[in-house]
Write a protein that binds this ligand. Structure first.
Ligand SMILES: Nc1ncnc2c1ncn2[C@@H]1O[C@H](COP(=O)(O)OP(=O)(O)O)[C@@H](O)[C@H]1O
Ligand SMILES: [Mg+2]
Length: 481
């Protein structure tokens, strides 16, 4: 029997029982082309020689013989299983008396472990730092984004059953379940990578899996200046705004870079302040020491135990935070966040999904209504106008670049309307270069924001030149590349 079939047998059922042989016959039917995890098209790291792949196959088979039942043993932790498998494998390999160099030996062990205990063909992609997204359309089609380019990976699962096993392994680790009654699941890998899985019947062509890998090295303000997302002047202004404890909302569409910008803004928080972060799935990489990170939790399989962002925002108020950073407001928690901002928790930061500063206000209104408090619209607007000091709009432009298009002050109310005043807006008038890339950046409107008075009280200085148009682009500065 092929190892791949054994893998399916051992893992396809909740508990690997000795009765495996019955279904082995069906699975041993004509193997689909290139079936078998171990025969996935060779990745660069795969063992080269036939002798070694033969050994690998035999070792994996022997491992199954010895450990079969234990793989289904939910009592054993991941580490215990791995350690036991490593022990067994070492015996098997020693028994074969094949001379192996040190590196060959460890590579062999690792590949077998990936297939048996890890995420099969995905493991290599997860371990490869150049790969930022993994998109499994079907068991035999895996696309990846590598260095910003979409490409077919050449790797595949041996079957739908193996893909399902891996999906189940991922979601069960975060205490969730995927089956016909709940065929859509969001989960997170231990390293923070975000996973979405959809299985049939919703995914018509077979199970589908999308993984957005966690960027290990977060983008910094230097990177963003280098990408043209913002100018040095804007960065200086934003740094001063964070230091001065303005309440700031980053507004933008999906994938425009809101979370990344929030992370960059958080880096401006002085080291001596206590930060509480609240997210659906931990993404922020706060550099400061004094941080408590909270993550919401979906209901468990019995529909119990849910802890919402709203619960966490409320709880955070009892944690003596200097700063509350909410990854994204999507619902009723916006009311609690605005209340926190209005009751002495200045300098809070968050993001909202909207397409312009004006739209961000409208969106916040809608989200506050979702709290179900039946507040009059005017009261909501007053709450927003007094809580939020600054809206930073980030957009993905037609040329694919992500730019800050507005830095906008929320000044207050005039009649029933929240008054906004742009301090910086994107200069589309600068045109595009030969490749269609926008040449402009956001430029000062020349209007000095009112919060500058607050800066003076706090002894925070910004260069007067920041508000000059056009911005002085040629100065030396440590952020500049
Ligand atoms: N300013 C930027 N320039 C280029 N790429 C960026 C920028 N900001 C974020 N990215 C990349 O874009 C993707 C989405 O960013 P993210 O901050 O998660 O967006 P959002 O929170 O708006 O969905 C990530 O892969 C990130 O590395
Ligand atoms: Mg985000």
């Amino acid at each position: 029997m092929k190892l791949s079939q054994r893998v399916e047998l051992a893992e396809g059922r909740p508990i690997a029982a000795p009765a495996a042989t019955a279904s082995a016959v069906d699975l041993a039917e004509p193997a689909p082309a290139a079936a078998g995890l171990l025969s996935t098209p060779a990745a660069p790291a795969a063992l080269a020689s036939d002798a070694l792949s033969g050994l690998k196959q035999r070792a994996a088979e022997a491992l199954f013989e010895r450990m079969g039942a234990r793989f289904g043993d939910s009592g054993a932790t991941e580490e215990e299983l791995r350690a036991a498998a490593r022990d067994e494998l070492t015996h098997v390999i020693d028994g074969e008396r094949v001379p192996l160099s040190g590196p060959e030996r460890s590579r062999l062990l690792r590949e077998i472990e990936d297939d048996v205990l890890g995420y099969g063909p995905l493991q290599r992609l997860l371990d490869d730092d150049d790969v930022t997204e993994i998109m499994v359309n079907r068991h035999d089609q895996i696309y990846i984004e590598r260095k910003g380019r979409l490409q077919l990976s050449g790797l595949r699962f041996s079957s739908e059953a193996q893909l399902r096993t891996v999906i189940e392994r991922i979601v069960s680790r975060v205490g969730r379940r995927i089956d016909e009654s709940s065929p859509l699941v969001d989960a997170r890998l231990a390293d923070g990578s975000r996973v979405n899985a959809v299985i049939p019947p919703l995914a018509v062509g077979g199970s589908s899996l999308t993984i957005r890998k966690f960027g290990k090295v977060p983008l910094t303000v230097r990177d963003l200046i280098g990408f043209g997302t913002l100018t040095l002047e804007m960065a200086e202004l934003l740094q001063a705004c964070v230091k001065a404890k303005l309440n700031i909302i980053v507004s933008g569409g999906t994938g425009t870079g809101k979370t990344t910008l929030l992370n960059v803004l958080s880096a401006f928080i002085p080291d001596n302040e206590r930060i509480v972060t609240i997210e659906d799935a931990v993404e922020l990489q706060i550099q400061q020491e004094h941080v408590v990170r909270l993550e919401s939790r979906p209901p468990n399989t019995e529909g119990k135990g849910e802890v919402t962002i709203r619960d966490l925002v409320r709880n955070s108020l009892r944690m003596r935070p200097d700063r509350i950073v909410v990854g994204e407001v999507r619902s009723g928690e916006s009311l609690d966040m605005l209340q926190a901002m209005n009751t002495g928790h200045d300098g809070s930061l968050s993001t909202v999904h909207s397409n312009s500063p004006r739209d961000a206000i409208a969106r916040l209104e809608t989200l506050v209504l979702m709290a179900g408090m039946d507040l009059p619209l005017r009261a909501i607007r007053e709450q927003i106008a007094s809580a939020v000091n600054l809206i930073v709009q980030i957009s993905r432009l037609r040329d694919g670049t992500r730019r800050i298009t507005h830095i906008t002050e929320v000044q207050g109310m005039e009649g029933d309307v929240v008054t906004l005043q742009d301090a910086f807006v994107f200069d589309y008038g600068a045109g595009v270069d030969a490749n269609g890339r926008f040449l402009g950046s956001a430029v000062a409107t020349g209007v000095r924001p009112r919060f500058l008075e607050r800066f003076e009280d706090l002894g925070i200085h910004v260069r007067p030149g920041i508000f000059q148009t056009p911005a002085s682009a040629h100065q030396e500065h440590p952020w500049k590349q």
